[in-house]
Structure formats: C-alpha cells, structure tokens
Ligand binder design. Structure first.
Ligand SMILES: NC(=O)c1ccc[n+]([C@@H]2O[C@H](COP(=O)([O-])OP(=O)(O)OC[C@H]3O[C@@H](n4cnc5c(N)ncnc54)[C@H](O)[C@@H]3O)[C@@H](O)[C@H]2O)c1
Length: 248
C-alpha cells in the first residue's frame, strides 16, 4: 500500500484496457494520476472510478500523436500535480492486414500512434525529468515485437521500435536518474477482442500460450505499479514479459 505516495503519474491510453487498470491500481497505491486518452469520456469515467475509491485523478482528452497537445497537457499536469514522476505510455492501436495487402497509409498510421506517439510523449517529459533529477518511463510493447505477427507487420515493427526507443532512453538518461523499461503483456481487452470473438482463432492463440489462458488487464496492472515504484529503481532498459509464457 502507498508505494506511489507523493508521486504524480501520467497514463496515456488510460481510458480503457491495460491503461485503465494501471491507472486504477497506481491511484490505489497513492499516486496522483493524470488519465490521458483520445476518448475523453472514457478517461473521465476512469477518473470517477478512482475518485469513488478515494484517489486523486484528472482526465485529459489528448491525442498522443500531436506534439502540441502533448506538450500543453504535460504543462497542465505539472501545474496541477506539482511534477510528473512517471509516464506509463499505454496508448496504442492495431491495423490488421497481411503485408501483401497492407497500404502505406495503414503502415504509417499504426507506426504513428504506437511508435512516433511514444517518442512524442517521452520527449515532452525529458526536460522536466532532467530538471527534477529523476523520472520513470514505462512503455507498452508486445509479443509481436519479438516474434512478428501474422497480419500485424505495422504493429510488430512499431512495437519493436518501442523497445529500441526504451533501451536508448535507458542509456541516454541514466545519468539524470531517469529509468526506462518496457512491459510486454497479453490481456483480454478491446484490442484483443477480435481473437476472443473467433473460437478457432482463440484456440490457436491460446495454444501458443503455455499458461493456456488470457490475463485480465488487472493482472497486468501490478507489474505497472512495480515499474512505476521505487521497487524497480535498479532496473532500466528491460522488457518485462507478463504474457503467460508466450515469448519464452
Ligand atoms: N491487449 C493485449 O493483449 C496487448 C498485447 C500486447 C501489447 N499491448 C499493448 O498494450 C497497450 C494497451 O493495450 P490495450 O489492450 O489496453 O488496448 P485498448 O485498445 O483497450 O486501449 C488503448 C487505449 O489507447 C487509446 N488511444 C488510441 N490512440 C490514441 C491516441 N492517438 N491518443 C490517445 N489515446 C489513444 C484508446 O482510446 C484506448 O483507450 C497498447 O500499447 C497495446 O499495443 C496489448
């Protein structure tokens, strides 16, 4: 309890899925949570859930691909929360297509949200973290980054890029006491709904997971709390897999 007391955390994509579960869990550990999502109504409902449980949070309807929106949101969060100690970057999309059919537009859109958006959010916080003398960056990657993904070349490429960005942030920012780690999950969320809605596809998918089941997003959240807390202070440049063994 209270492992994140006096910490302000920004959660992108916090309106739904893993971001929502992480925001709720970190607030329960005492964090002040800025919930950012393209879907502001979803972000507001997460804030209401946190406040109902006695926590402190505020919603922003921010598009993480827009440097202007991200920079102004970061400024507002710092004014509201005093500082930003942690960025949990969970916003992401998929755009399924086989490579032979994938349009350049689809490739660029998925890379823009998943990879460029990660860079935009990280970059907006670096000057603040250097001034603060500490910071924690946690980004969501995917099994697709390690294994590729049939019908997800855009997504796999972007998520592999996220790992490279995290490792670079780890080595560049260590001297400023800033850590950077990636979390590699599998969870039953809206993003993975297309697999669960197709029994044959789901059977095949679960057959590739040694634990043979989905995790709920609330099973991913404790690892986000760990990466956001001082318990992970000596960890940087790592990829923490919470994927039922998929990437063994
Ligand atoms: N669910 C899984 O099995 C799984 C597996 C591997 C990696 N991931 C990664 O974990 C993260 C969270 O996934 P999830 O399953 O919770 O997905 P989700 O679709 O349930 O939630 C994603 C959230 O991101 C928001 N978002 C999308 N584009 C945005 C933008 N431009 N600006 C701001 N917000 C935006 C959405 O509105 C949504 O609330 C993603 O980065 C995803 O790629 C998920």
């Amino acid at each position: 309890m209270n492992r994140l007391e006096n910490k302000t955390v920004v959660v992108t994509g916090g309106g739904r899925g893993i971001g929502r579960a992480g925001a709720v869990a970190m607030a329960a550990e005492g964090a002040t949570v800025a919930v950012l999502d393209l879907d502001v109504a979803a972000a507001e409902s997460v804030v209401a859930e946190i406040e109902d449980a006695g926590g402190k949070a505020r919603a922003w309807g921010t598009d993480i691909t827009s440097p202007e929106q991200v920079e102004s949101t970061v400024g507002e969060v710092i004014a509201w929360g005093g500082q930003v100690d942690v960025l949990v970057h969970s916003a992401g999309i998929v755009g399924p297509a086989m490579l032979k059919d994938m349009t350049l537009e689809s490739f660029e859109r998925v890379v823009k949200v998943n990879l460029t958006g990660t860079f935009v959010c990280l970059k907006a916080l670096i000057p603040h973290w250097i001034e603060l003398g500490h910071g924690k960056f946690v980004a969501l990657t995917s099994p697709a980054a390690k294994r590729g993904q049939v019908g997800g070349g855009n997504y796999a490429a972007a998520k592999a890029g996220v790992v490279a960005l995290v490792k670079t942030a780890a080595v560049e920012l260590a001297r400023h006491n800033v850590t950077a780690n990636a979390l590699l999950p599998i969870a039953a969320t809206e993003m993975s709904a297309n697999v669960r809605e197709n029994p044959k596809l789901e059977e095949k998918f679960l057959g590739m997971i040694p634990l043979r089941r989905w995790a709920g997003p609330e099973e991913i959240a404790p690892s986000l709390v760990f990466l956001a807390s001082s318990d992970s202070d000596y960890m940087t440049g790592s990829v923490l897999s919470v994927d039922g063994g998929r990437t063994i």
